[in-house]
Design a protein around this ligand. Sequence first.
Ligand code: GDP
Length: 365
Amino acid sequence: ALTAGIVGLPNVGKSTLFNAITKAGVEAANYPFATIDPNVGIVEVPDERLEKLTELVEPKKTVPTTFEFTDIAGIVKGASRGEGLGNKFLSHIREVDAICHVVRCFEDENITHVHGEIDPIADIETINLELVLADLESVTKRITRVAKIAKTKDKDAVAELALLEKIKPVLEDGKSARSIEFTEDEQALVKGFFLLSIKPILYIANISEEDIMNGGTNDHVKRVQEFAAEEGAEVVVICARVEEEVAELEDDEKQVFLEEMGIQTSGLDILIQKAYSLLGLATYFTAGVQEVRAWTFKKGMKAPQCAGVIHSDFERGFIRAETVAYDDLLEYGNMQAAKEHGKVRQEGKEYIVQDGDIMLFKFNV
Ligand code: GDP
């Protein structure tokens, strides 16, 4: 499964947030055959549509889909030079598919800040720079290697070298590889470079209890939002401490607690949803009287592959899929009515499944 890694400087609230994630998360007991790494938190993906479908179909049970966060150990400055936890940190980042960077936006004189004062942009740049430096090192090494082959006029090597030469000056400039625009061909090639600073990123602005109750923002948050906007990245504002408390509550208590605090939606719920879409993930549903269930797929996946998410036999024996868009089903109230209005489609092997599709797969066993 794809996973988002939680990173950040020391004392920004990573452990607090990760605690909230594991407390809110699914029970390890529900995964009897999987050994869950203590650094992995598996959470249900909140989805209103699943609730609506449950009201509509009244199944025996409803099963949400899940998402994984990985807690990456604290970074120390100088990671790319192999000091302290550095190399380990970088190798963990290599293994995740997206980065959730927790940035300290709360003041608290009792909790020291590594830079001595709250400066979220400096925090962001510290970690981004470590990734950039690590990438610069691997790109430089690769250039040396590929340049030799490119001399023989090997077409692939020539293309690769050109791409590496396009990336290098950007990194030298201290900028992340994700800021570069790649052509489709380049995109395919760049995957093979396993760059760190190219991974999709989301900033988590951790604010105080007071600020979350008073409108949920502050000047630090605004600076983070401006910075992120320039990068085309998103920001989720949370109060990790509040989320830790919320995570211990039952659903109905949770809503009451949030309302009392003047918060509309739990920051963690928003974080889960944003991290999910940052990874290019989407949800389709199966809706039967036994079970209404949400399934995760990667955007762009075709119907047989999506069927394979349920079971590999479904993919192998795929014949076709009967499908209706979520909005259409909701509008007409049931499958029969949706059918009468021509909203239920028969789709074949080439159908690209859309977020919110309700799928019924037909397959040979
Ligand atoms: P980490 O080093 O990034 O894992 O940070 P921790 O989660 O251990 O948090 C460091 C300190 O900041 C702890 O004393 C936390 O209780 C405190 N802290 C974390 N989140 C918040 C928050 O939202 N508000 C306030 N006031 N303190 C927080």
